[in-house]
Design a protein around this ligand. Sequence first.
Ligand code: AMP
Length: 511
Amino acid sequence: MNLARLLEGTARRIGDAPAITIGGDTWSYAELRARVHRLAGYMRARLPDAPGARVAIAMDNSPEYLLVMFAAWQAGFAIVPMNAKLHAREFAWIMENSGARMCFASPRIHAELKPETAHLEGLILIETAQGAIDKLDGKPIDVPVEVGIDDPAWLFYTSGTTGRPKGATLTNRNMLFMTNCYFADIDHLAGEDTLLHAAPMSHSSGLYALPHIARGSLNVIAQSASFSVDEVIEILGRHRNVTAFAAPTMIVRLLQSASALRDKASNIRTLLYGGGPMYVADLERALDTMGPRLLQLYGQGESPNTITCLSKPAHAQARAQGDVARYGSCGVARTGVEVRVVDPEGNDVKPGETGEVITRSDCVMRGYWNNPEATKTSIRDGWLWTGDLGAMDEQGYLTLKDRSKDLIISGGSNVYPREVEEVLLRHPGVAQAAVIGRPHAEWGEEVVAYVVAKPDAAVEQAALDKLCLDNIARYKRPREYVMVPDLPKNHYGKVLKTELRARSTGKDTPK
Ligand code: AMP
């Protein structure tokens, strides 16, 4: 089944219904479908010999985002959505790794991408300035191209311990499972809903366009390129039955305008959050401000948003009963999803004991794109090893303790320390570097670098900052550089990041 059929069915059923709106511009489902058909025709005409070709997306949130996604599927291609905040070099690397043949880029990104992708042979780079896509020619494709259920549909670029992003290959089966699971565990949508895209569409907000388009919701696209509290509150005042995805740090920012948020809360149907830890004190404030409208998701790119969830009623009940352990958990396994907590040998640990979370379902990726080694490490006997540490109680509620790897989540975006370390080590005066996350009230975590200079070398902090700005996305650069004579290490020579984390908060190393 081709995912484009989700849109086809809705457009046939309720073509006049509004599909997307931004500012004063609204597209009906029939209009969206017609544009998808035309753009699919353009893509197919340019890539006639490439079934399964990858179409990269380097775009800010926009109506065209959904257009490109569905057109690529309609034409039988897979999409490679990329976080719009990445550095031009990072975009270029992902395109090279995925072998993308075509890339749609917002005007701002297009200008930066041109020189960085010049070496990518055969890549068609398309600027998506308003109206530009409508001018592309091509014989419309009216019927979605036949694809296999296990063919790739979405390459979700995440990262591993190596620091280089890896493409979690999500198939049509994975995406359909995620979509159906939405109806099973989150909301049964009935065509009178609004999906607000205030978070990046390259991640959860875009993923959730699928169930919402399948049921004919209105997609409202916030105009600001980054999350704006005022805009979200203003949109909540204008629409009903609103669902939105937000990282916990975004919810904390929304709570800065608690009284305005409380006034608009009745227009919220479901506020979906996840992707990073939600601190209990923040959740209490959120529940007290918005009422029983929050739903927590736990997932990862390798099993998109679909491992466990803490439902709206579970939040409300736990809060009413003062059951902190329950609302501090990330809920129970999603319908049709197996979740276990195991020791390093794969044996179940006892209820309440901490181990690694593993999961098995039709949502689990096919593997990492062109990376069988990494796939073998992550998927063993059909089970995805998440790299997250957690504990499950007798009733199946999972509580995440920590990430086993040292992933930093800052402002809802992932920062992989090794990637930042590699950049710092390019400085001729730097001998060693270790990057960690330090708790931050607004951003969840902030990036801190510990740097050891070579003997007699002068390392200016400004030079380190410039190096990062020149090579990686702005949000990944350290907010502080701590110059140290050496890094703490264990007997195997591994840097002890736990000790650095403790140091960074002024606490002693936990024994
Ligand atoms: P990503 O692949 O970008 O979606 O990041 C996935 C990682 O985010 C997971 O492996 C977890 O470490 C973290 N994560 C996702 N959901 C939650 C949650 N509800 N609570 C805490 N951490 C989460």
